[in-house]
Design a protein around this ligand. Sequence first.
Ligand SMILES: [Zn+2]
Length: 221
Amino acid sequence: MCNILRVRWTIIPRTPPEPRIACSRCGGVRPFRSSGKIRLNANGRTLDAWLIYRCTACGNTWNRPIFERRNIRDLDGAALEALQSNDPDRVRGWAFDLDVLRRKAQSVDERADVDVRKEVLSECDAWTSLEIGLAVPFATSLRLDRLLARELGIARSDLQNAREGMRIRTEPHHPGILRKRIKDGTRVRIDLAVDAESRLRWRAAATGLTDHDNPRAAEIG
Ligand SMILES: [Zn+2]
């Protein structure tokens, strides 16, 4: 019997991480911000590509290598076009590549500001469990408990203690996962002992939909 409301939350961070680097102009270790612009340099048959960052204090630039000395023939047309046009999706991928930034910088400042896109995967009338699947395409420092508390409108302490007839399981399951940064593919299952009215409230929070007459099962994937 169907008793689960399944939703997917796609988490899109608003601000890319900012590496802290010694600025050669203003003379301190400063956060540098991605300009969203790519710089290319052709040398014979090879190409260098950098993502340009700017010092948040003085505007000095830092060229972060994307690749260096790459043979132009090894690049397909689409990749070259993306580099030449500062393709926002590609730039985003590089700007959020935390592993690379951590290797290049003394430290990396991260923000936890995100947009959450909510989709209903499947739904039935008398559901008693809410299953949230997280899609996290870009690194964010946002903690799982903060995300759930904010989006579901409940206190973090209630999540930790699973109060008021609420039972929470996560996959993967490990102690402290609620306090860790959110990861792609995590699933959160919340069992609720709820009446019809509070079910509507939970549904609105989980799906972003307020109209109960919306098509119930948008079968996706
Ligand atoms: Zn500076």
